[in-house]
Design a protein around this ligand. Structure first.
Ligand code: NAP
Length: 491
């Protein structure tokens, strides 16, 4: 196998859906255009509605048109696509798919390598995996891999059930659980910033860091995903996966090697060290919120309970703030605050590492306050790093002024950061599992999150809606930090 220019058939279940059209096809197109994948590939799109290959290819061409930017090879790309109308539960459908894969494998010389990408509602994941095995689609001369979208379960018991189902058909080393945050340039950069800079690694502990803040805020509301969101909420949709993955990367010990097993083993230790939140202490650690009406870009927008497919009396949280405590030597006494929400005043994902104050402020007698040093990692939409320092204010007097050292990925000419999905599909094709979530991480994250959701489900939030659309979230989220003597840094 050529590891750098992998060859494979990619079967996408849910080929007519939003994810496939908006993210997967443009990402595969970019890999094709920049020569990352071999020309020996074919994609089989699978979904319910009847479409011919021609109709499907026209849809694919359309969805890659902005990535193709008039280059004229979008049609050549789409000629690698085939459509298979399909019913998830019919064994006949799988048999026909098996025949199609056999003939494409021969035509495109893909060595029997197969990726099964499940871009469908999670209730189908188990059924598809079992049928792929039962109908012989996983018996192939090459490798087989299952790429699976979030959400992976709804709680630890449901995630375990799903895992057992898919493990009947695929080995753990063949299961690529997507957390698209792990495909983001600056999330991958956390490791490099920490482990390739003598300036940071010695300070990366409770002697020098006072707290860490991770914010992921959206301006959009729930849009047309009300039905899904009502069963999920911000805790399951964002915290169980993306936020806890960022926490693990920020807090893990240096792995002995940069390979998937060693990195995972260090991330797992962080998740194991997360202090379990007891039911009666939930209010000391977590705050939930739900947006009400508000004004965004001069337009009045609906509150969550007025959105489509949302219960007018909904108890679902659209905002979560939490204080995480990692009970280990490195992090004892350093709170990690997380915050995520919809309909907030800005779209931004940022990590702020706040360093402790210097032991003695020589400028204090001069009536000067010296700001703490901050390392800000901008994940999206900006990508970069800002270091907040103090320097001398220009002039005759010795007074201080805060300064910022900025590094922005977006400002560098010629840098076109690959989309998260582009990177992840490429990694799945090469068999690199580093940026996918292992079952051990999923299980530990759910067991932490289940404690919070149990406490919340046992008691209806009496103050919902408790933040205005277009704001920074509920007041209680500010109080969570204030009682520890901190405040959220603006994002
Ligand atoms: P979607 O737009 O609702 O698409 C669902 C797909 O499944 C369609 O292609 C649909 O095809 C197919 N389908 C539904 N029922 C079927 C059945 N009984 N048999 C065969 N095919 C069936 O969903 P999506 O937004 O693309 O999301 C797909 C998955 O990705 C979900 O797990 C979601 O949580 C996850 N995800 C999505 C996004 C995103 O940005 N959209 C982001 C992260 C994760 P037909 O209509 O033709 O049947």
């Amino acid at each position: 196998m050529n590891k750098e220019n992998p060859t494979s058939l990619i079967v996408i279940f849910g080929a007519t859906g939003d994810l496939a059209q908006r993210k997967l096809y443009p990402s595969i197109y970019r890999l094709y255009k920049n020569g990352s994948i071999s020309k020996n590939f074919a994609v089989v799109g699978v979904a319910r509605r009847p479409l011919s290959n021609e109709e499907f290819r026209a849809n694919v061409t359309k969805s890659v048109s902005s990535a193709a930017n008039g280059e004229g090879n979008a049609e050549e790309f789409s000629s690698h696509f085939y459509y298979h109308p399909f019913d998830v539960t019919s064994s006949n459908s799988y048999q026909q798919l098996k025949d199609l894969l056999g003939s494409l494998d021969h035509d495109y010389e893909t060595n029997g390598n197969r990726i099964f990408y499940l871009a469908m509602a999670p209730e189908f994941f188990g059924t598809i995996a079992s049928n792929l095995k039962a109908e012989g689609l996983t018996e192939t001369a090459g490798w087989k891999r299952l790429v699976i979208e979030k959400p992976f379960g709804h709680s630890l018991p449901s995630a375990k059930e799903l895992n057992e189902e898919i493990r009947e058909a695929f080995h753990e080393s063949e299961i690529y659980r997507i957390d698209h945050y792990l495909g983001k340039e600056m999330v991958q950069n956390i490791e490099v910033i920490r482990f390739a800079n003598a300036l940071f690694e010695p300070l990366w502990n409770n002697r020098y860091i006072s707290n860490i803040q991770i914010t992921s805020s959206e301006v959009l509301g729930v849009e047309d995903r009300g039905r899904y969101y009502e069963n999920s909420g911000a805790l399951r949709d964002m915290v169980q996966n993306h936020m806890l993955q960022m926490v693990a990367l920020l807090a893990m010990e240096p792995p002995i090697k940069l390979n998937p097993e060693e990195i995972r083993s260090e991330k797992v230790k962080v998740l194991r060290a997360l202090r379990t939140i007891e039911q009666d202490e939930i209010e000391n650690y977590f705050v939930r919120g739900q947006y009400g009406q508000g004004v965004i870009a001069e337009d009045t927008v609906l509150g969550y309970r007025e959105e489509n497919s949302v219960d007018p009396d909904s108890n679902t949280e659209t905002f979560v703030a939490g204080k995480l405590v990692i009970d280990n030597f490195r992090w004892a006494g350093v709170p990690i605050y997380i915050r995520t929400g919809k309909r907030m005043y800005s779209k931004s994902t940022k990590i702020v590492v706040q360093f402790k104050d210097i032991p003695m402020n020589l400028y204090y007698n001069l009536g000067e306050k010296v700001d703490p040093n901050l390392l800000v990692i901008h994940i999206q939409p900006e990508e970069g790093i800002t270091l907040h320092l103090n320097a001398k204010k220009s002039g005759k007097d010795i007074t201080t002024t805060p300064i910022k050292l900025d590094y922005s990925n977006n400002c560098i000419d010629g840098i076109n950061t690959p989309e998260a999905y582009e990177r992840l599909i490429y990694d799945a094709m090469r068999g690199d599992m580093t940026n996918f979530t292992h079952w051990d991480e999923v299980a530990l994250s759910w067991s932490f999150i289940d404690q919070v959701s149990k406490a919340w489900e046992s008691k209806k939030a009496s103050d919902f809606p408790n933040y205005e659309a277009g704001s920074t979230g509920p007041k209680k989220a500010d109080e969570l930090l204030e009682k520890d003597g901190f405040h959220w840094w603006p994002v």
